[in-house]
Structures are given as C-alpha cells and as structure tokens.
Write a protein that binds this ligand. Structure first.
Ligand code: CTP
Length: 401
C-alpha cells in the first residue's frame, strides 16, 4: 500500500521527535518515498542528518532556502504528496494551521496541499486539555483533517495524563488507513485466525504453531478498507486490531459455533485459522499421571468449518488458506474445489520468509476458475490487501456497474 507513495513527514518540535525517526523507518521499510519537513524547533531535538540518512531524501526546513527551492519548491512538495503526516504535531503548529497562518515551510506546505493530512499531536496534558487547543483541533477535524489521539502516560514535563505521542506503529496504521481504498464499505468480513487448542486434561492441549499474524493482518486491512469486521480468533499474543469485533475462542468446536453465528451477516469469509483437525476423544477432569507403560491417545475428527461454509455459502465470497510442506499446488487446488471456495491462499511453510511466526509470507493465489497467481515475498499486511483486492474484483464481476 505504501509502495512508491509519496509521504511528507512533518516534524515539529518536542521531546517526541525521536519517535518520528522510528515512524520514518516504518514508512521507508514499507516502500514509501518520504520527504521530511522539519521546523526549526524540531532540529533542536534531532538533527536533520538523521532524517536525511534514513529517508534517502534531503530534509526541508527553510522557506527561503534558494537551493532547496530550486530542487523541489514547497508547492511541488505539497502537490506531489499522497499523504502528509505531522508527528509530533505541537499545539503551535495545529493552532497555526487552524488559524490559516503559514509562516514557515511546514505550515506553508500544509496550507498548499490537497493530500490527506494526519496530525499526531504530542504536548503537555494541560495544553492538550486547553479549550483553545481543543477548539483548534475540532475545527480542523470538521474541515476534514485527520487526527490520531495522543496516548496516556508519563509526560516528559513530569506530568502524567493524555499528551504522549502514540507509538510509531499506531501512527503508521492510521496513515495506512488513510491511503487504503474504501472499497469494502457496506461489507461484513468474517475472519478466523490463530490456532485452536484441543484440551487433553487441565494442564495439556494439542495445538499448532499458528501465531495468528496473517488473520489479524486480514482483519486490520479489511477494517482499513471500510468493512465491518468480525475476527474469530484462537489463542494468540496479538493485540486486537482497532475497530474490529474480536470473538475469542479456544477449541475448533467453539470456533465453529462462533463462525456459524457470524456467518449470516457476512458477505466475505476469510478462514486463515489453523484449525486442529482432531481432538482427544475424552478430556480428563484431572491431570493425567504418568505410568510405566506406553501411552496412546485416541483422537476424533473435528468438524471442517470451511467445508461446511462451502455448502451454505450462497453468494458470499469464501477464501481459504492452505499451509503445506509439499505438493503445494496439488493440495491447495484440491482444498479449493472440495470446500467450494472462490480463492485459496497457498503457502509452503518450509520456504524462508513464509510460515507461522514471521511477518512476511510468500503465497500463491489459486482462483476457482483455475487461474494461479504467484506473489513475491510480501509483508502479511500486503498479502492481506492483495487477497482483499481479489475479493473486490470478484464483487465487481458479480455486480457490473
Ligand atoms: N479448516 C477449517 N476447519 C478444519 C480444518 C481446516 O475450517 N477443521 C480451514 C482452514 O481454516 C483453512 C482451510 O480449511 O482455511 C485449509 O486448512 P488446512 O489445515 O490446510 O487443510 P485441511 O483441510 O485440514 O487438510 P490437511 O490438514 O490434511 O492438509
């Protein structure tokens, strides 16, 4: 989503400037072309050289700098941008923009841009609560400027309260949302994620290595694109994506119940959970004690949730996942047709950059009409957007304008 996007990162003065460095790294890692504009005060905290080195672009700071103006000019910086992010945004910068004051390079480019603008304010809690600040923020919000609320915590000024710059990852996600096409508005996307656990006794269970990262990325991406999202998740260590309805489950049986409940409202189902195919026939109420003899476990089959949905899907779009260690296309293709899916995302988990606990994936997309697409190694978020792009295409074919 950020690939080749032109982002202007505006940095105004405050102790949180160091976090803007991390934010810049996230944008650059995601493939964005970032130009940094610093106020004079910001340069008191971190030198432009740091931002220049990490962005690979010159840092802009002076309105009347002949060299900078010749190279790019503040108007083209404003016009070429896909997105402006101001982090940290001081009360001063926000106040100036709200009042139409453009007396330095940052406020001038902000005034001249038509790109979406995201402010990430950071300031002392009393400044944040000051009605003058609140009025300025509200009037900018009403004009269509975007804000990410500051976080609570200990502030550099010694006070504690709301005013901290949010984590760079949170600002990154808010920026991602602004760049995402709103093409899933009106849809309800049901996503499953993570492993299931099949209890053996009060201290043991059968499970798998699924981290839930892929499913959480799909849920987050669908939400960013305007969908209502229900995420039915097995146990993971991941924070719930903002704006998503999270339903936590443990076993495959519980997952089936919750999925069937959410299914009637869903227009799209993405089943990325690694569901345990078997569960112990009997669950001991007490901890099983070891004995001298060998031990055998009797397992019975769990329901195949996706296959069941395939029978009742009607005009819903059904996407499955196939994590394989051999004969990837053969196995994934069989699952696609047997479970009556529209798309299956196949990955060979033995390949580097793919699999359970990493942030990237290498996948092939198998379509119901036999088409196979091979995607390069991508972040799981990008894979999520790729598969949602295909879903949107399918809706477009089903309902031509
Ligand atoms: N799936 C499911 N319920 C199950 C097993 C799998 O809904 N009991 C779904 C998974 O969420 C995934 C797809 O089916 O989207 C394929 O899962 P996978 O474990 O790869 O395939 P299985 O059908 O279980 O076959 P096998 O384990 O033999 O590879």
């Amino acid at each position: 989503m950020f690939k080749d996007k032109k982002i202007v990162l505006g940095v105004s003065g405050g102790i949180a400037v160091y976090k803007a460095v991390e934010l810049l790294r996230l944008f650059v890692k995601a493939g964005a072309d970032v130009s940094v504009v610093m106020t004079r005060n910001a340069q008191e905290f971190v030198t432009p050289l740091t931002f220049q080195t990490l962005s690979g672009n010159p840092v802009y700071s002076e309105l009347f700098n002949l060299y900078q103006e010749k190279k790019i000019g503040h108007i083209s910086l404003a016009e070429n941008a896909d997105l402006f992010v101001i982090a940290p945004a001081t009360a001063n910068v926000i106040g100036k923009v709200a009042s139409g004051i453009a007396d330095d390079l940052l406020t001038t480019t902000l005034m001249a841009t038509k790109a979406p603008v995201l402010f990430a304010p950071a300031m002392n809690v009393h400044m944040y609560e000051n009605p003058i600040y609140q009025r300025n923020e509200n009037s900018l919000r009403q004009l269509g400027y975007h804000f990410i609320d500051p976080a609570y915590g200990e502030l550099a000024c010694g006070y504690s309260g709301q005013g901290k710059l949010p984590a760079p990852e949170a600002i990154f996600a808010a920026a991602q949302k602004l760049l995402a096409p709103q093409d899933l508005c009106g849809h309800t996307v049901l996503v499953t994620a993570g492993p299931t656990r099949e209890e053996l006794d009060p201290v043991r269970y059968i499970s798998n290595y699924s981290s839930g990262k892929m499913g959480y990325a799909v849920a987050r991406a669908a939400r960013q694109r305007g969908a209502e999202v229900v995420l039915v998740s097995g146990p993971t260590f991941l924070p719930p994506p903002a704006g998503v309805k999270l339903v936590s489950v443990v076993s495959a049986k519980q997952m089936r119940e919750q999925v069937l409940q959410a299914f009637s409202k869903a227009t799209v189902v993405v089943k990325s959970a690694a569901v345990a195919d078997y569960r112990p026939v009997s669950v001991s109420g007490h901890k099983l004690k070891k004995k001298d003899a060998e031990m055998f476990l009797s397992l019975e089959k769990n329901p195949d949730i996706l296959a069941e949905l395939g029978q009742i899907k009607q005009d819903r779009i059904l996407v499955g996942f196939a994590a394989e260690t051999q004969d990837l296309l053969k196995h994934a293709g069989e699952k696609l047709s047997k479970k009556n899916l529209d798309l299956i995302v196949a990955n060979d988990i033995t390949q580097s950059g793919a699999g359970f606990d990493v942030d990237t994936n290498v996948v092939k997309l198998l379509h119901a009409d036999g088409k196979v697409e091979e995607l390069p190694q991508l972040s799981k978020v990008e894979v999520a957007h790729q598969l949602l792009d295909r879903v949107v295409d399918m809706f477009a074919v089903a309902k031509p304008e």
